[in-house]
Design a protein around this ligand. Sequence first.
Ligand code: SAH
Length: 249
Amino acid sequence: MNAPADILPSYTEQWQASLGWYPNAAQQQRFQQLYAAVLEVNQHINLTRITSPEDFWEKHLWDSLQGVASYLTDSPPTDSALRVIDIGTGGGFPGLPVAMVFPQWSVALLDATRKKIAALESIGQTLTLSNISYLPERAEHLGHQPLHREAYDVALLRAVGPANTCAEYAFPLLKLGGRAILYRGQWSPAEEAGLVAVLPRLGGQLQDVRPMTTPLTQGVRHNVILTKVSRTSDKYPRLPGIPAKSPLE
Ligand code: SAH
């Protein structure tokens, strides 16, 4: 069965107005290819429920990239080869669009569901994305593997549970000075206080909370930016399932 031939609008003005950046023609074409590949794979395995062109653009492409907007508009452009990990990548968001726009970065896509990672690998092959690695693992395991512990400059987490759970997954994987970017919808003072209370135990610090509005439907987004300021105790992450079931408090 052929994938539906949906066309992604370019939304150049929306990119520019919201992020001060817009994709060039080659990047537009890559996004279109990504959209087609995701729709195709989605016929066999449920990667995402977000499939209309408008929704895909706003909730997957735009949303994935707004979290790294500061890198998009760095002047001069960041040419450093950052090691990035997308923890709980699911259908490949935010990791896939980020890898496409920053070919100089290496992006690890981590998900506990092996089938999803296999599907992402086939998308990566179709699109010949060479700066991606695929990790069918739990964050609680990866965080104790010497090859991965304290190995990443940036961790991205979208829709992977409470902020404190995300922090426990991310900090063991981050280098000193590395940062975690939590993609949140609403963000409350109570959530922030709860997160700030546990960060010292993980070696983290709250750096910034950046509110954003989605360009098509005016949805609420917050990027919560955390920095690693000291080593994370070997106690973390705790055993598989515990960080989600009993978030640090
Ligand atoms: N980031 C994607 C997917 C969110 S769904 C998006 O925003 O669209 C959450 C994903 O996290 C699921 O695919 C689930 O398998 C994965 N996940 C949840 N807990 C995990 C853990 N402890 N380690 C690795 N992956 C996990």
